[in-house]
Design a protein around this ligand. Structure first.
Ligand code: GLC
Length: 547
């Protein structure tokens, strides 16, 4: 426990900066990363056995999705004990080994904290439900039926249907922004706040370096439980996420009191240099930025880019606005375990691969801590499924294919089950071909894994890429973004045509390009011409690193 990671690979440049400045993170979807005991389910010991790969790739920090005891209705995001390891994923000893082995390699470890809701099987909920007049009732959000009967208000669950379920014994409803089996905690109750202070400390005592905060925008709800304004009709068989989007979430999400909670957490975590990284889904950049204001969350994921289909102008407009609202406060991500993989969303095939790397290259130059999602470095498209497991698809039959496509097992090699497990994986999917596996790509110098690895090395080699003040350079089209940071310049041409951009001063040379074919104007080297859907990183002559 509590081993100190070496500074190697963290991007930290002096003792005054937090460890995450300059770092690149990597999301591990624990269920699907590596299975050490052959039961088809990813586990902590499996992750430990693959740390050398992650060091080789060059990431600095790992975010582990929930591995706590859970009935598994939402694949671990329904936690029944926050301070333990599910036997499905191993033991606390396995966790301690993982942390110390990661630290020995200079890798930081972040765990996922799920504060918006517990599992319906958590002891707090059992007590709250069974004793309506007991002291624990108020740990959750209960409300009487509406005057004419039925749910107390019009709030919807993200996963379909009302955000309220009836407890017949007491005649009251409990609130759940997700599944009924994920009852929402009452963050206006100081006892809930105290419990989570202790949970954070408990994991920091075990040596964790930070927390990814699940549904950080959802914790506090309107005290009067008012109806949300409806902005679009809901139709039969609608995708549940679209039905959720048919409301302006004025009263169930993004309440200003959320930020107070993170100020309090910051006081718990900052003295121990543990990062607070929120999943924040707030409607516009100014509101996102409030969460990462001084003394609150250290960073927030910018998730809009992980939702978008290929729409370069929209993407770049959002990215610029978000960057400018919180230049160091955003963790840039193109994918996670909740959305279709970018290669698929961006058109599939070679186009999807090309576009994903072009956007990732830009994200590496925006400040904040970018995260890759497992398999992104292999340029994987969504897995081909042989059935559905995600409750979002299972419980909304026909309305959505859900989130399984991005959750299929990590393909380590071309063997049975792609080397993920000795037996049938928990999620039924087709085996990946050898060229989509880590072993296959490591053996091919032109494969995506080498491109991503080189990109991370270039970022590490040139700290100006994330540290120097960012100035946007005028770009010839809204589908092109160009920026300069000290000795680094970046041009992201996401359009379908080659583009030329003036860098404003001479003396640049390429350090990394997401595709071949970039050319510098000679002799002064103050313009660069960039092929379609390509991003180039340039450095001042004499400062470059040959990739
Ligand atoms: C977050 C998680 C998602 C989960 C939900 C409810 O959005 O990323 O996987 O289903 O929260 O906890």
């Amino acid at each position: 426990m509590k081993a100190s990671p070496s500074e190697q690979g963290t991007g930290k440049v002096d003792g005054t900066e937090p460890w995450w400045r300059g770092a690149v993170g990597y999301e591990i979807y624990v269920r699907s990363f590596a299975d050490s005991d052959g039961d088809g389910m990813g586990d902590l010991a499996g992750i430990t056995s693959r740390l050398d790969y992650l060091s080789w790739l060059g990431v600095d920090a790992l975010w582990l999705t929930p591995f706590y005891p859970s009935p598994g209705h939402d694949h671990g995001y329904d936690v029944s004990d926050y301070c333990a390891v599910s036997p499905r994923h191993g033991t606390l000893d396995d966790f301690d080994t993982l942390v110390s082995e990661a630290h020995r390699r200079g890798l930081r470890v972040m765990v996922d904290i799920v504060p918006n809701h517990t599992s319906i099987e958590h002891a707090w909920f059992s007590r709250a439900r069974s004793s309506p007049n007991g002291p624990d009732r108020d740990l959750y959000l209960w409300a009487d039926p509406a005057p004419g009967g039925g749910p107390p208000n019009n709030w919807r669950s993200h996963f379909g249907g009302p955000a309220w379920s009836l407890d017949e014994a007491s005649g009251q409803y409990w609130c759940h922004l997700f599944l009924p089996e994920q009852p929402d905690l009452n963050w206006r109750n100081p006892a809930v706040r105290d419990e989570f202070d202790s949970i954070l400390s408990w994991w920091m005592d075990r040596g964790v370096d930070g927390f990814r905060v699940d549904v950080a925008h959802g914790l506090v709800k309107d005290a009067e439980l008012r109806d949300n304004p409806q902005i679009a009709p809901i139709t039969d068989g609608m995708d549940p996420f679209d039905a959720f989007g048919a409301f302006e979430h004025r009263y169930d999400m993004d309440q200003s009191e959320n930020v107070e909670i993170f100020r309090r957490w910051n006081q718990v975590c900052a003295p121990r240099q543990a990062m607070l990284l929120g999943e924040v889904n707030a409607p516009w950049p100014g509101r996102m930025a409030r969460y990462v204001g001084p003394g609150a969350l250290d960073q927030a994921f910018f998730l809009r880019a992980a939702f978008l289909a290929w729409a370069p102008e929209t993407l770049l407009t959002m990215v610029r606005a978000m960057h400018d609202a919180a230049p160091q406060g955003i963790s840039w991500v193109l994918s996670n375990h909740d959305r279709s993989r970018p290669v698929t969303r961006f058109g599939g095939g070679e186009a999807g691969v090309r576009r994903s790397l072009a956007v990732s290259t830009l994200f590496m130059a925006l400040g904040g801590t970018p995260f890759l999602y497992q398999g992104e470095e292999l340029a994987l498209a969504d897995g081909v499924l042989r059935g559905y497991h995600d409750p979002v698809s299972v419980r909304n039959a026909g309305a959505t294919s859900g989130r399984d496509g991005c959750r299929t097992p990590m393909p380590w090699d071309g063997s049975a089950h792609n080397g993920f497990s000795a037996s049938e994986p928990w999620i039924a999917a087709e085996r990946r071909p050898p060229e989509e596996t880590i072993a296959g790509q490591q053996a091919d110098p032109d494969a995506p894994v080498h491109r991503y690895r080189t990109l991370l090395a270039v970022r590490r080699q040139h700290p100006d890429m994330w540290r120097a003040p960012l100035e946007w350079i005028d770009a010839p089209s809204p589908q092109v973004a160009a920026l300069r940071r000290g000795t680094v310049a970046v041009v992201a041409n996401l359009s379908e045509r080659p583009t030329g951009v003036s860098l404003g001063s001479p003396g640049w040379e390429p350090a990394f390009a997401s595709q071949p074919g970039c050319r510098l104007g000679s002799p002064a080297h103050d313009t660069v011409s960039v092929p379609p859907e390509t991003t180039i990183v340039l450095t001042r002559v004499g400062e470059s690193f040959t990739a």
